[in-house]
Write a new protein. Structure first.
Length: 525
């Protein structure tokens, strides 16, 4: 393999904080490098620096002569009047290769991605197809290195499976920022975590996500042991230095300096070891009601516009169930949640709730958030105290529970990141005791540590949770049942987690049943 790019001692800071420093990265042909880390660690900034779109404050990058790179942003933004063909043509650098006709170049890229109608309005494309169009714009440039920032965000399961296939079958080197652990498991050849928990700010592992977890656990155990050993040495140093002024005056100056170095090293090691423990503290309240049947759907049918989403759907919700809803965007998952909470009425059939049933909803569109409110107003609309489980908690302490600092309380909600907005919604959900939690894409924009905290909260929640998610690792951890809106025989209800459901489908219907149905990626030769 040939070296495409080398970076060493990269650093980037803003007035309020240092994102990272001393970062070294080596990219070779065929690499599949996944970047992970807490929100705000600087992953997207690092990608832009590697792509040449931003400057590092320090360090240097060496690129192979003639290296072509393409960067696909998180958000797929196109002009209102764009078509797939015009979008790709507009993305091509002028005069990059006069030997190739731009229209032909664009058509080839669109065809490989699976587009058939090059003149369709981009405004009519789903999120998944807009992501594919962004990839077509990048591929048209025939890059040696492709950089993807949160490529699975807001994709449905069909889109994620397609993207997985795309990454596995594409020859070029790829770097991607993602919190999708199953995507990392199935595609990454190397994982780099950016976090203050590590010396130098990064932890690198050759292998997939499972290998990364094994190596990370071993590293953190070694770090904890190192801290304990250092603490013992510092205690001995302190006792030694306190043996009186007369004795201290005759001490070897080198030993005194070494003791000071050990104190500094202990402080740094302790700070790094405490970094992973700074996670969102999520804990949902159940009402503890004993009702066995919370909500029952009988022969429910619903049509939206001219599309029938489901017909004769039967489902009974009982305490302790955690049901994962999967299927392509537009299949009816969100509509089902709106039927359950009474926002919509069924066209046919009945929905019966237990008496005084308490349902709390998390909306993927975050419609309950007001962009012009401050963070404090969003977390605590009245006064400065929050009532949580019968206790009064000051808004500053409540905010810190969700990794917000006191100086952020005056920040407008509209200026918060997607992950920060999601944490605000989760905070508000925790204030309401619920028999049933309806969670529509709660994992979007959350970093891995917050995802793990959300998983643990749902595993200990005594009520019923209905969760729409395309995060397969998340569904494997929390789901007791899967409701598939694109089952082989209509809407299909399965007892088990996502991987168990996939195994069931493979056994019953064959390998094709777990592959993207609407598009197989056309391999680039």
């Amino acid at each position: 393999m040939s070296t495409l790019l080398s970076a060493r001692d990269l650093g980037k800071s803003f007035p309020a904080n240092t994102l990272f420093e001393g970062v070294a990265i080596h990219v070779e042909s065929g690499d599949r490098i996944g970047f992970i880390g807490p929100n705000g660690a600087g992953k997207s900034t690092l990608m832009k620096i590697l792509a040449g779109l931003e400057e590092a404050d320090e360090g240097e990058i060496t690129r192979r002569r003639g290296l072509k790179m393409a960067y696909v942003e998180q958000d797929d933004l196109f002009p209102d009047d764009a078509t797939p063909m015009s979008a790709v043509l507009d993305s091509l650098p002028p005069g990059e290769d006069d030997r190739v006709d731009p229209d032909t170049q664009a058509a080839i890229a669109l065809s490989k991605i699976g587009f058939e109608d090059f003149d369709r309005a981009v405004s009519t494309l789903s999120g998944g197809w807009r992501k594919r169009l962004s990839l077509a714009c990048a591929l048209a440039r025939d890059p040696d290195v492709l950089l993807l920032d949160e490529p699975t965000n807001h994709l449905d399961l069909e889109g994620v499976l397609w993207l997985e296939q795309f990454v596995q079958q594409t020859a070029m080197a790829m770097l991607f920022v993602t919190h999708d652990r199953m995507f990392l498991e199935r595609t990454a050849s190397r994982i780099i975590e950016l976090s203050p928990a590590y010396p130098g700010g990064t932890f690198k592992v050759e292998g997939n996500y499972s290998e990364f977890l094994r190596r990370k656990d071993a590293f953190l155990e070694a770090q904890a042991a190192a801290q304990s050993a250092l603490a013992n040495k510092v205690r001995r140093d302190t006792a030694w230095l306190r043996q009186g002024i007369q004795g201290r005056q005759t001490r070897n100056k080198t030993q005194v300096a070494a003791a000071a170095e050990r104190r500094d090293e202990l402080k740094q090691t302790k700070g790094r070891n405490e970094a992973p423990s700074k996670t969102t503290a999520i804990d949902f309240q159940a009402t503890q009601r004993k009702t066995k049947k919370l909500l029952a759907l009988h022969s429910v049918g619903k049509t939206m516009g001219d599309k029938q989403l489901f017909d004769s759907l039967d489902l009974v919700l009982m305490p302790g169930q955690r049901i994962g809803l999967v299927g392509v965007n537009g299949a009816g998952k969100t509509t089902l949640l709106r039927l359950m909470n009474g926002e919509l009425q069924p066209d046919s059939g009945t929905i019966k709730q237990a008496a005084e049933l308490r349902i709390v909803t998390f909306s993927q569109h975050r419609g309950t958030l007001v962009a012009t409110q401050t963070l404090q107003e969003a977390l605590c609309p009245v006064g400065d105290m929050v009532d949580y489980r019968g206790k009064q908690v000051h808004v500053t302490g409540w905010a810190q529970r969700f990794l917000f600092e006191a100086d952020q309380l005056s920040t407008l909600v509209g200026n918060l990141s997607g992950g920060e907005q999601a944490r605000v919604l989760i905070a508000n959900l925790m204030l309401e005791p619920a028999d049933v939690l309806l969670l529509d894409e709660p994992t979007n924009d959350l970093d891995v540590e917050t995802l793990r905290a959300l998983e643990e909260a749902l595993l200990t929640y005594a009520g019923t949770a209905i969760v729409i998610s395309h995060d397969r690792w998340f569904l494997d951890r929390i789901a007791t049942h899967i409701l598939d809106f694109e089952g082989e025989e209509g809407v299909e209800f399965f007892e088990g987690n996502f991987t168990e459901y996939e195994a069931y489908k493979k056994k019953k219907y064959g390998e094709e049943s777990v592959q993207p149905k609407r598009l197989k990626y056309k391999k680039i030769q």
